[in-house]
Design a protein around this ligand. Structure first.
Ligand code: NZQ
Ligand code: ZN
Length: 383
């Protein structure tokens, strides 16, 4: 196990009816900007619950943050927050709204052009305090310090991390998932599943606790994902899904182990170039990564196959084949198409993605050996 320092300051407030806690969680003297997305919160009652809880607080609103939050939109929010002298941000939404709000929180304290801290990237030390009411289980943004922002005019999607951007608290009421479109449910299951795989299917780190945690999250998702696709209003399944997604990317399973974010990094380019949903890009790219990197990852692929899917029969090679097939079948069971051609994406994009990583001059993978040439191989595997 590698050395590590762990600290996660976000308070989790979990369960049915917990949105009402907002009144106590935000100091009464704060000038709050409540941020949200395209309006799902108006239809499922979350907006009404937040307004009721904060009826004695000073609350302004900024709606319209889109999936894959857009820099231009967020800069409009920054301007409104400045004008209204906002000193607390409350994100009510999914990863996009929370990420967008983290960007706004950091931009409000940034002197100069905020796009720079995404592009160069530069260290962000300060942010206006923020918190979240989560409405979709997927990204873990509710309990981590990351944020991903898109700029469509430049066809760019970039991220930053800052300790100042951990939410002060996040409210997770599993009943909010009842209104999720099936497509978003599938995206969320896949996103959290891949978060775990990218911190687990590397090499043997002799980190038994982290491995069992990871396998526990994966097994939970394998159970509840398909069940939720059939019956979404199952409180226990929603609770387990929501908690699994948070635990998949809040720093617990990554303590002391190697990480491989190749699938996320390549997937991010597919969203930047073609606007594909984040979860969809991961379901496409991951099988390509493990097919091409199967030798480096053999030990953990065998462990994953055995402990998560119960694959024990056959030679090591056969078991790895079965494990990759089981992973693909799991994604397909959620109704997601997993080939580039399903989305009319071809060689031109493969070339462009490889070119972009060449230009940036860094390789991917837990051993830094996924070069632009290997990225091309990976994408060719999933054509
Ligand atoms: O905008 P509204 O109308 O609210 O609709 C949203 C949106 O269309 C809808 N939705 C959310 N909750 C709902 C609901 N519809 C009905 N009922 C509800 N309860 O779902 C759609 C997708 O929302 P979005 O926030 O985009 O989904 P997600 O949570 O998957 O976030 C994706 C973004 O997070 C980034 C992704 O790159 C992408 O930009 N990520 C952030 C990470 C982080 N901060 O750590 C890590 C991830 O790997 C990821 O990169
Ligand atoms: Zn993700």
């Amino acid at each position: 196990m590698n050395n590590f320092i762990f600290q996660n300051p976000t308070k989790l407030v979990f369960g049915k009816g917990q949105i009402a806690q907002l009144a106590k969680l935000i100091p009464a003297d704060k000038k709050i900007m409540m941020t949200y997305g395209g309006g799902s919160i108006h239809k499922n009652g979350v907006y009404a619950q937040v307004k009721e809880a904060l009826k004695n607080h000073n609350v302004a609103e900024f709606g319209g943050i889109e999936p894959n939050p857009e820099y231009e939109t967020l800069m409009r929010c920054v301007a409104e927050c400045r004008e209204k002298e906002i000193d607390f941000l409350l994100a009510v939404g999914g990863g996009s709204v929370i990420d967008g709000t983290k960007f706004v929180a950091a931009a409000l304290k940034w002197e100069g052009e905020p796009w720079d801290f995404l592009m160069k990237p530069l260290k962000v030390d300060q942010a206006v305090p923020l918190a979240a009411v989560l409405t979709i289980a997927a990204t873990g943004s509710e309990m981590n310090k990351g944020s991903v922002v898109s700029r469509r005019e430049l066809k760019e999607k970039r991220f930053f991390f800052s300790d100042a951007c951990f939410p002060k608290f996040s409210i997770l009421d599993p009943t909010v998932l009842y209104s999720l479109p099936k497509k978003q449910l599938a995206n969320g299951v896949i996103d959290s599943f891949i978060h775990v795989l990218e911190q687990y299917v590397t090499f043997d780190n002799k980190a038994y606790i982290q491995d069992y945690w990871s396998e526990g999250i994966l097994k939970t998702l394998v159970k509840v994902g398909p069940e939720l696709m059939e019956n979404q209003e199952d409180y226990d399944n929603c609770s387990n899904f929501m908690y699994a997604a948070t635990m998949a990317l809040n720093g617990f399973i990554v303590m002391g182990v190697a990480e491989d974010w190749a699938t996320h990094m390549i997937g991010q380019e597919l969203t930047a170039l073609h606007g594909l949903d984040h979860g969809v890009t991961l379901a496409i790219v991951y099988p390509g990564v493990v097919k091409v990197m199967r030798e480096e990852k053999a030990e953990k692929l065998l462990q994953y196959g055995e402990r998560v899917f119960g694959i024990t029969e056959g030679t090591a090679d056969e078991r790895i084949d079965k494990t990759i097939a089981a992973t693909e079948d799991f994604f397909k069971s959620l109704g997601v198409k997993i080939k580039l051609s399903d989305y009319n994406i071809g060689d031109e994009t493969i070339e462009e993605v490889a070119r972009r990583f060449g230009e940036r001059g860094y390789n991917l993978g837990e051993k830094g050996n996924i070069t632009p040439a290997v990225i091309k191989q990976i994408l060719n595997e999933v054509k």
